[in-house]
Write a protein that binds this ligand. Structure first.
Ligand code: ATP
Length: 237
């Protein structure tokens, strides 16, 4: 597998407060990687630095080019889509219009139409609700809409920030099954921050843990399950 994104000694924070203190991370083409860590460890900050929402210092290479210092808009156009915590769908817009917004930077109108149809079919609950206002949908449906909207930009890397937040376990399970299907069918790489570690690790090859701004070395998912201390903290068993 070839490398899609790599950070070296990535640092980021807010004002003078440094949250992320030198993270080395890799996500390969077609790979799903999970980022685990306690509340406040800096997981969201790492995703924000990768997508250019906040400035990062150090190195970030995406598809062979340096993207450190680029705006969020430029990074999105290069192929990184960020689904933030809390989803960020436009609640007063219909499902279909939310998806159109996701494809705003594309010039290929026919391709946008084809992708719209494709994602409405891939997420049948969205297809059934294409004219419904996003704000009137269930949490799970809105999360699927947030993912589908991100896919409209044809990303090579999806950053997902706690997609299960606020969802019932059965809905979370359905969502992760869809993400697994998406990865298998489409080869979309994903970096997933998730508290529902069992489900996220079920679709991932590797994981990192972040503790107070310090990123661990990469671990295979089996290795994580074998380490008793990590298992207790992240898997509760
Ligand atoms: P959680 O699991 O609770 O979402 P997290 O690991 O994603 O946590 P971050 O959201 O990255 O953690 O936050 C890391 C630290 O940065 C926290 O101490 C937080 O208070 C601080 N922080 C986050 N956003 C901001 C901001 N906009 N301005 C100032 N400090 C912030």
């Amino acid at each position: 597998m070839s490398e899609l994104v790599r950070t070296r000694q990535l640092r980021a924070g807010y004002g003078r407060v440094e949250v992320l203190r030198g993270a080395d991370l890799v996500v390969d083409e077609g790979e799903v990687v999970v980022l685990l860590g306690a509340n406040g460890a800096g997981k969201t900050t790492l995703l924000r630095a990768l997508s250019g929402v906040i400035p990062g210092r150090g190195e970030i290479t995406f598809a062979g080019r340096s993207i450190v210092g680029l705006s969020a808009d430029r990074v999105a156009r290069l192929g990184i889509a960020h689904v933030p915590q809390g989803r960020g769908t436009f609640v007063d817009m219909t499902v279909e219009d939310n998806l159109r917004v996701g494809g705003y930077a594309r010039r290929d109108a026919a391709g946008v139409r084809a992708d719209l149809a494709r994602w409405l079919e891939f997420f049948p609950r969205l297809g059934e609700r294409r004219d419904q206002l996003a704000g009137s949908m269930s949490g799970g449906e809105q999360q699927m809409l947030a993912v589908a909207r991100a896919l409209m930009s044809r990303p090579r890397l999806l950053l997902l920030d706690e997609p299960s937040l606020g969802l019932a376990p059965v809905v979370t399970k359905e969502l992760f099954a869809k993400l697994a299907e998406l990865n298998a069918e489409n080869g979309t790489s994903m970096l997933v921050v998730e508290q529902a570690a069992h489900l996220a690790l079920g679709i991932a090859a590797r994981a990192y843990t972040l503790t107070a701004g310090e990123l661990s070395a990469s671990m295979g998912v089996d290795e994580l399950a074998d380490r008793e201390s990590l298992r207790r903290v992240y898997l509760g068993s």
